[in-house]
Write a protein that binds this ligand. Sequence first.
Ligand code: FE
Length: 191
Amino acid sequence: MDLRVRALETVLAAKGYIDPAALDVLIDTYQTRIGPRNGARVVARSWCDPVFRDWLLADATAAIASLGYSGRQGEHMHAVQNTPTCHNMVVCTLCSCYPWPVLGLPPTWYKSAPYRSRAVRDPRGVLADFGVVLPAETEIRVWDSTAELRYLVIPQRPVGSGHLNEEQLAALVTRDSMIGTGLARSPGAAP
Ligand code: FE
């Protein structure tokens, strides 16, 4: 795969279709400037501000854009909220569709065939592999991401986080908790 990508890049650059410097800027942007910290700020705001949370659930694209996060691979967003009785988890069964503006680039496992097939067949088993064991009566909803619509999971606000401000809350929101393969960290838990 690495060789194929390099070969393709070389040919496209030689033909003048792409500028390697522009490609470097794009890759650096998604690796360092855009990432799960953006999504964590969205989640923390929704935990602190019920009006924002309602907006996020009604029109995620607009609510997320109001915090400055929009663009490629995030043109149409939908937010799903975890509750004590329902846990949401996201997969792209076809390929690797993922909300770049809020989560950055997808982790390798998200793109792997085993995750993509098992997430729908055995979501509880996949969650267990990630160390997440939910009560048997908790409903698990699996959302199949597409190029047209991408999902952001709003994890449950951790118990004992009532005294934290928005920035401190954002630090508890992990990437996996926004995909649904993890939970938000408890205050005081090791990062
Ligand atoms: Fe996809």
